[in-house]
Design a protein around this ligand. Sequence first.
Ligand SMILES: [Zn+2]
Length: 345
Amino acid sequence: MTSSLPPLNQFPELHQLQQLINQYPQHLRAEVLGHISVKNFSLPIWSVELGSTNPKHPAIGLFGGVHGMERIGSQILLAWLHNLLARCEWDIALQQVLTQVRIVCIPMLNVGGLLNNTRANPQGVDLMRNAPVEAQNNTLWPLGGQRLSAKLPWYRGHKTIMETESSILVNYVKQQLFTHDFSLAIDCHSGFGLRDRIWFPYAAHKTAPYHLAEAVALREIFNRSYPHHDFYLMEPQSLNYTTHGDLWDYLYDQQLQQQPQRVFLPFTLEMGSWLWVKKNPRQLLSLFGLFNPILPHRLTRVLRRHLTLFDFLLHATASHQQWLPSQSTRKSYQAQGLERWYLPK
Ligand SMILES: [Zn+2]
């Protein structure tokens, strides 16, 4: 038997999203992409969309809750959606931007993991190790992904059949983002290091992505426009560690092969949760506290902290033609990126 939703205290983010969907039907287009059965519940994986429906316009995709334990990622997306929807009622500048750009979002992908408070999905699969991508260098075992047991962390799952949640994400990105000439994605995680990092492909190897120049150009306009937001460290993921099965590596390469004339820039926000632990070492006593801020004032600060980044990415998507490198400047952006991250020092 399955009943409707888990109680509010077990899954507050799902209730918050459903409340936004009910409250703003005039702005938000919501759809259930699938259900995950766990603990007698049938949990919906929601997607929400707002802004332009014109496929000729650029699109931005925002994703959260790929790792169930890192619920702060879903919470910051919900905080931003709440902010946008409240502003849709009065902010004519925002209304104007939304006529030019499409926003698509899956705030909670791994709903079973969110309910169970686990990194993996209910089958024990780490979705960020689940894509059919093999790392080319030595990865740290088992962190880089392992097929020994679903009882150990970083389990990759079946070799060729992706998990329901991974397939939902892959199909959604192909249908909603690959169909645009320009699109950008940001997937929100937490738990690595002391800094907030913005990662771009690749996770599987240490070679530069084809769109390195575009990533450098985006970094440059952010740093120039927001000099006091220097807490973000933007870099290729492989600079930190390499992994098998990264869904964004997989999607990035798929798009490059299928439609090389289009630009799709996937990023991952890794919020540095060790900072919260350092400031409040008692968090070490709880597994939840390793991945999420616990003290109320710190949670509020984290929810506020990334609103600017999401607004920036929205505007950068809408205005991509103003900052994307041209054929003549591409080489110099690329050289800057190679120098910074890839060439031996
Ligand atoms: Zn994560």
